[in-house]
Design a protein around this ligand. Structure first.
Ligand code: HEM
Length: 156
């Protein structure tokens, strides 16, 4: 069982690093550089954003499955018991995870619109580009909330 716990924890943390790391890369490096050089429409930038989405979904499923495993195998977990700080932080983290899931779904929709407006409508393209940036930032915020909950669970 220790092996399952060990592998689950490693895959859980790795998936978090890929997901949040990718979002932070987009938000702090790729998008600002593209905007500064007025190259937000070039294929490389749009491809990089689109190519990140499958990584998001593989991280989502890995985090969910390994998180469930870590949860049911933890001696601190009792079904429907929210009396301990650990279980309260776990619920808070699951809510943050669901919000991240929603924003990732939204990001996929916005990227489609960004693609559609790329060749035609400047104003629409700019609008969808800023919406995508907002969705990425909201995702990062809830990712940090989930990490804070995880850290709290580790020290409890
Ligand atoms: C984006 C969302 C998530 C992030 C950022 C996250 C992050 C983490 C991190 C960094 C750890 C390792 C802490 C340590 O080793 O001390 C961890 C552990 C854990 N995670 Fe997550 N996690 C997320 C979602 C979930 C979900 C959805 C579940 C449950 C379905 C979950 C359940 C757990 C459990 C049970 C542990 C072990 C806690 C312990 O041993 O005390 N996590 N998580």
């Amino acid at each position: 069982m220790d092996f399952v716990l060990w592998v689950s924890r490693v895959m859980h943390i790795m998936s978090v690093v890929v997901w949040l790391g990718g979002l932070i890369f987009l938000n702090t490096l790729l998008l600002p550089i593209a905007a500064y050089h007025k190259e937000t429409r070039i294929t490389t930038v749009l491809e990089a954003q689109r190519r990140f989405l499958p990584f998001v979904w593989s991280s989502v499923w890995t985090i969910l499955i390994t998180g469930m495993l870590l949860m049911v195998l933890s001696p601190r977990f009792l079904w429907f018991d929210f009396s301990t700080r650990w279980s309260q932080l776990l619920v808070a983290k699951q809510v943050a995870f669901l919000l991240l899931l929603f924003f990732s779904w939204q990001a996929g929709k916005v990227l489609k619109r960004l693609d559609e407006s790329r060749a035609s409508d400047d104003e629409a393209f700019e609008g969808w580009r800023l919406t995508f940036q907002k969705v990425v930032r909201r995702s990062i915020l809830w990712g940090i909330v989930a990490l804070l909950c995880a850290a709290g669970m580790a020290v409890m």
